[in-house]
Design a protein around this ligand. Structure first.
Ligand SMILES: [Zn+2]
Length: 87
């Protein structure tokens, strides 16, 4: 019994959460990928680390609106901080 238990816990189950891929227009498996992205806000170049989902079917990266919103907020926070330090 004990061994079965260990096996169950040691076996890493891939999270099979499917997300909607706008490119495939379907719910697909994805993997997460951290990358640097460069944005330009009011002429200022801002580089941030973002976590993107890569569709395992088409290889396109996509983000949910919620995540996109978070990224935008971070960009604007950085942009505002940069503005303040300029003065
Ligand atoms: Zn896709």
């Amino acid at each position: 019994m004990k061994e079965i238990h260990i096996l169950l816990f040691s076996k890493k189950q891939p999270k099979n959460k499917k997300k909607f891929c706008p490119s495939c227009e379907d719910y697909t498996d994805y993997r997460k990928d951290k990358r640097k992205e460069i944005y330009t806000v009011e002429g200022k170049v801002i580089e941030i680390d973002v976590e993107r989902r890569i569709c395992s079917v088409c290889g396109e990266c996509f983000t949910s609106d919620k995540e996109e919103d978070k990224i935008l907020k971070r960009i604007y926070a950085i942009s505002n901080a940069a503005k303040k330090s300029d003065k």
